[in-house]
Design a protein around this ligand. Structure first.
Ligand SMILES: Cc1ncc(COP(=O)(O)O)c(C=O)c1O
Length: 402
């Protein structure tokens, strides 16, 4: 029994979307922690495998708790179909590998999360797929790269960690003219702040580990797109290669979705306050936050996003030494490579998430040794600001003593 109406608004869909109650009438989504399913008869099993009847078969292919998660995310995204995966990287990998074959060509924005960059730059060429990177904010580079036929475009907007914005509509138009599908990693924007499918993207991928769980508990991922592509291209890949999510993790993600809008809204409000505080500090060389007046692509960000997100990136004057001193002096904000959590987390991308892309690529992306990525959580924003204030005062005291 489904209780939601697809016309319901996002906040309602986050709580009730996709909910399928069993005959027990449970309040919360049921957790079907089972690897397989039984049949009434051998004939029913045969008919199921021949696609003559609809029946769950095996949790690698599908599971009722996972289905509820997939339906809920699809409803929020406005997508025809969704498949959940074990991690965000499994989602990116499945979206790319299910679609591509030897001889194909990929164009990607340079500013990708480290592991996504590795798939495009290192893994795909091993299987005969050629790849080309462009600066995502430079439309002339997209135009040039997509004047040659291509099969797939991959991009992230806002990007990790420099919060670069890509013009989704303009790139989708160029990609389609070149024969490519557009895959958008929408992790930083979340399904609430930006709708890539409405702007022309064909596929959206998420690390559900980030805001969708948002409470540091489980890994998860999701791929969303048209029903035909999901059924004919993605599903056979997932069924046969097995990047499937555990029903338990899917159940936790369903619970995470219930509070997603409250958490993301609070995180965005706090992130804006933190960004404004940092911008006024003499020890900070620069702050990046999509909706701030000094973000070079503010207008574009405001056009395709409804808020700036929960991430703030800033550069401490004095390079790695100064950045480390600030991170180590913070008490409330913890050092971590994760993001999108209810707890505020600080990352030094050059030595962690973006270490393996190499110094040359980092330089092209503007990821200097002084850059810190701050994932703003749900603590009182004034406490986060006071923690940063204390850390910057400790840096100033150390400098004065030198
Ligand atoms: C933008 C982006 N895409 C993909 C991923 C991969 O997600 P996961 O860690 O869930 O595999 C991450 C983070 O890890 C990310 O920040």
């Amino acid at each position: 029994m489904t209780t939601h109406d697809p016309r319901h608004r996002t906040a309602t869909l986050l709580v009730q979307g996709g909910l399928e109650r069993s005959h027990h009438g449970e309040t919360a989504e049921a957790l079907y922690l089972t690897s397989g399913f039984v049949y009434d008869s051998a004939e029913q099993a045969e008919a199921t495998f021949a696609n003559q009847v609809v029946h769950y078969q095996y949790s690698r292919f599908g599971n009722p708790t996972v289905t509820m998660l997939e339906r809920r995310i699809a409803l929020i995204e406005g997508a025809e179909a969704c498949r959940a995966t074990a991690t965000g990287m499994a989602a990116v990998h499945a979206a790319l590998l299910s679609h591509l074959k030897a001889g194909d060509r990929v164009v990607a924005s340079r500013a990708l999360f480290g592991s996504c960059h590795w798939i495009v730059s290192t893994l795909l060429p091993r299987y005969g797929v050629t790849t080309e990177f462009v600066d995502g904010g430079d439309m002339a580079q997209w135009q040039k790269a997509l004047s040659t036929p291509a099969n797939l475009v991959l991009l992230e907007s806002p990007s990790n960690p420099m919060l670069e914005i890509v013009d989704l509509k303009a790139v989708a138009d160029l990609a389609h003219a070149a024969g490519a599908i557009v895959v958008v990693d929408n992790v930083f924007a979340t399904p609430l702040l930006q709708k890539p499918l409405e702007l022309g993207a064909d596929v959206v991928v998420y690390s559900c580990t980030k805001h969708i769980d948002g409470q540091g508990r489980v890994l998860g991922g999701a791929v969303l797109g048209r029903q035909k592509w999901v059924d004919e291209v993605l599903q056979p890949f997932i069924r046969n290669t097995g990047p499937s999510i555990s029903p338990f993790n899917a159940w936790l993600l369903l619970k995470g979705l219930e509070t997603l809008s409250l958490r993301v809204r609070a995180g965005c409000d706090s992130a804006e306050k933190v960004a404004n505080f940092l911008a006024g500090q003499p020890a900070i060389a620069r702050v990046w936050y999509p909706t701030r007046a000094d973000h070079p692509q503010r207008e574009l960000a405001m056009k395709q996003m409804t808020a700036g997100g929960t991430l703030v990136t800033f550069e401490v004057k004095g390079g790695k030494d100064a950045a480390f001193a600030v991170m180590n002096a913070m008490r409330l904000v913890k050092v971590s490579n994760n993001l999108g959590d209810s707890k505020s987390l600080a990352t030094h991308p050059a030595t962690t998430t973006h270490l393996r892309i190499g110094a040359e690529e980092r330089a092209k992306l503007g990821i200097t040794d002084g850059v810190i990525r701050l994932s703003v959580g749900l603590e009182d924003p004034q406490d986060i600001i006071e923690d940063l204030e204390g850390a910057l005062a400790a840096l100033a005291a150390r400098r004065a003593a030198e």
